[in-house]
Ligand binder design. Structure first.
Ligand SMILES: Cc1ncc(COP(=O)(O)O)c(C=O)c1O
Length: 349
């Protein structure tokens, strides 16, 4: 029986070959491949001030640092997301204010507006599954209120609207649409903050200056968050076929949507009262499904469970379905049929 995993890394042959070349080149650390990757990434998505880092989480960590978020600062962020969105906020002692979600699992803009106070320093918009619903409205809202907007675009590279906020963070982790093994991209709107981010990702040094002229003084304490040439080689190799990847993800989205199932560029999902039973049923046909991300307020580090009308309602109902390069359009159609054949599974939305 053909098996379809919920997520699966995609590595092109270009990536394999590129990596072999870099491994044999004597240049494994950050070098020309990282620069090339940043340039190509920026060109492809029409973005400037692109910084390659070693994970989506470190891109977020740097964004929060550059946004000046420190102890006690109020930050509004979605309750349903990868914990990596919020762990760096907890680490810096920010006052995390969770916003509820809507039926499409993305943040509720209405709840963000309700929870905004004069103390709100930043809002984090997560493209959950690559869904950009809410971003346009939050850009206008944040501008009007003079609040920093940070996009967690970890799952969004196939979306048609992203990279518009003050800071945008992308993940290139193993199962993401575009992978470099592990890696991330930080895009900064502000030129000075981009320069600062470039220094902070490598201890606080101006790397080019130090490599050219020798040791320089350190005036800022930074991190070791830079990408290396091995990761960049994987990313560049996969980037060669990015148009194909994006087209396939869009074909799968279309197949799911035509089959009555909600789908975004990175996953499809259903809402069902019989989640465990549906999961088991799909498994019998070789189809993997799952929740993957959970409401963040349930974790002790984020202060414990609170009440959210939609999150409370959907908590035991959402089930993610596979949408990646290891899924064929025929698989997606079969999954739609299976979901609809499953007894009394209500339509997702
Ligand atoms: C929404 C979201 N934010 C942040 C991250 C963190 O990215 P990384 O695993 O590259 O650190 C991920 C993925 O893991 C994610 O899905």
């Amino acid at each position: 029986m053909r098996k379809v995993k919920l997520f699966k890394p995609f590595v092109s042959w270009h990536a394999v070959w590129n990596t072999v070349k870099v491994l044999r080149s004597g240049q494994l650390a950050e070098g020309p491949r990282v620069k090339e990757f940043e340039e190509k990434f920026g060109q492809r998505f029409g973005l400037s001030n692109v910084l390659a880092v070693n994970s989506g989480t470190t891109a977020l960590e740097l964004a929060y640092e550059l946004a000046g978020i420190s102890k006690g600062d109020e930050v509004i962020t979605p309750v349903l997301t990868c914990t990596a969105t919020n762990i760096p906020l907890a680490r810096r002692g920010a006052n995390i204010v969770f916003a509820d979600i809507e039926r499409d699992l993305n943040i509720s803009v209405e709840d963000v507006k309700k929870k905004t106070t004069p103390q709100t320093r930043a809002i984090v918009f997560v493209h959950f599954g690559g869904n950009n619903r809410g971003l346009r409205e939050l850009i206008d809202f944040a501008r009007e209120k003079n609040i920093i907007l940070i996009e967690d675009a970890a799952q969004a590279v196939v979306s048609d609207f992203w990279g518009k906020a003050d800071f945008t963070c992308v993940s290139l982790q193993a199962i993401k649409t575009l992978t470099s093994g592990d890696g991330g991209i930080l895009v900064c709107k502000d030129n000075a903050l981009y320069d600062k981010g470039k220094r902070l990702r490598w201890f606080g040094y101006d790397r080019e200056k130090k490599q050219k002229f020798g040791d320089t003084d350190l005036v800022e304490a930074g991190y070791k968050y830079h990408m290396n040439d091995v990761s960049a080689a994987i990313g560049l190799g996969n980037f060669k076929v990015f148009d194909k990847i994006a087209a396939h993800h869009k074909d799968l989205m279309k197949a799911y949507q035509e089959g009555g199932i909600a789908a975004y560029p990175w996953f499809a999902f259903v809402l069902t009262d019989k989640r465990d039973a549906l999961k088991e049923y799909l498994k019998k046909y070789g189809i993997d499904s799952g929740m993957h991300h959970y409401r963040n307020d349930q974790y002790t580090i984020f202060g414990g469970r609170k009440k959210f009308s939609m999150m409370d309602e959907l908590e035991n109902k959402y089930l993610l379905l596979p949408l990646h390069m290891g899924v064929s359009v025929a698989d997606a159609r079969k999954i739609c049929k299976l979901v609809h054949n499953f007894n009394e599974v209500p339509k997702s939305n």
